[in-house]
Design a binder for this molecule. Sequence first.
Ligand SMILES: [Fe+2]
Ligand SMILES: [Fe+2]
Length: 494
Amino acid sequence: MEITPSSTPPKKVDPKPHDGMEAELSKLGNHLVTKFHVLIRISQIYDSKNVALHQFINEFLETINTLIKGNGVLSLKIVKDDFFLNDQRLRYSVEGFTSFKYLSTQWKKRLIGEVIFRSLMGEEMLRHFIYAFINLEEGCDENADLLKKQLESQQITSIEVNPLEIVEGEEEAFTLQKEDRREVGKKIFFETIGTIKDVITNIKGNQFADIRKLKRLAQKAIHLVIEDESILLGMTMIKNYDEYTFNHSVNVSIYSLAMGKRLGFSKKILTELGITALLHDIGKSKIPREILNKPATLSSEEWEMMKKHPLMGVEIVLNLKQLGEINPRMVVGVFDHHLMNDLSGYPRLFLKKGVSLFGRIIQVADSYDAMTTPRIYKKIPYTPEQALAVMLREKTVHFDPLLLKIFIGLVGIYPLGSLVLLNTHEIGIVYKSNHDPKWLDRPIVLLVDRDAQGEATKELIDLTDTDRAGNHKWSIVKTLDPYKYHIDIAKYFL
Ligand SMILES: [Fe+2]
Ligand SMILES: [Fe+2]
């Protein structure tokens, strides 16, 4: 993904309608990337004649031939960090992330940018292709030609190979450097989602859940948050409807860490906070799915059950077999996260006590993320701005006012992910808040625009920029509802 600062005004928004065919292509494309990944790995272990390869070859063939049959010609191309299947960008699933990453690295190392399959593939053809590919020397400019020649020597002429297109220039080098951190951010984000998913699945099945991996990921996230918090904060815009529990836990953890950083916590305390936030709703793993995903209002019994999740969470955390990783601060944080500032929340307490700092931090993060995420019972969530307004209305009663203030400082007056209308009639997305308190109303904005192929362009503008006369080039006129404009905010943060 390219993010370049620019002052060129973009064209107007032209949202692309969702298409069933595209969804199917995208699904098969994801399969193809996964199978390609597996095949490369396997072929690095076995020689080309090995029978162990048979099954993997067949699985790959099935997917690729379905795609070739359906489309006539199949092009798999890499542009920057994305794969394009017949010019459609493939969006990867959480599970697919590792395969995408692996495959794009393998292609890039060998400077291969595109492979076009012009007719159905057979087993022998595929074996030749894969082994010729893995045997290419890394970093050799001639690789695309060499691969083509190798295939031709085996009478394979229906596969076309093109080299990787590298955009040159200083600006690009700068972008790439920045991109690296984003890549690290994406990796941490998706890996943490995958790991929390495993932890929850294991807890549900009463199996051993390894939270040490969560700890390692929290430490990596802290490193990144300290370097540049905006990268992971941007990831919280990925509101995955189907994977709510996992995304939610990770998002709450990111917000909590960013708040903890501003509170001056040490790395050790930040790690504890990060893990606590990841596990805050772990008690929900013992609540039936029908209740968790009920589209209608909960009955009073169901609600009573739901209100038990902080306590059930405590029980689960205490039963984890790695108690060495857990301390009382973390257990109390899980217990406290719905208590509310005036203790009007749940669980009901017989003995009044204050809400722990971890509990208060997680509560702010939890409410904001829950309000801004579409749910089965509330398909259109609050916009970031609306959510903050609700929280501000409820401050002192529900939230620690000081923490809420820190949180607003974090997400800005125009919170991250807000869709805004500028005085130039352009539409933008708030991408990063400006940390100088003087410029809280002048964030970095990503202009919403598409290129000739209909793909979103990624141009950043800084609202503190002025023209020669000293006037601001852009100002926010008002915020807009992304649902009305059919804009998928998350896409701009990936
Ligand atoms: Fe909760
Ligand atoms: Fe929660």
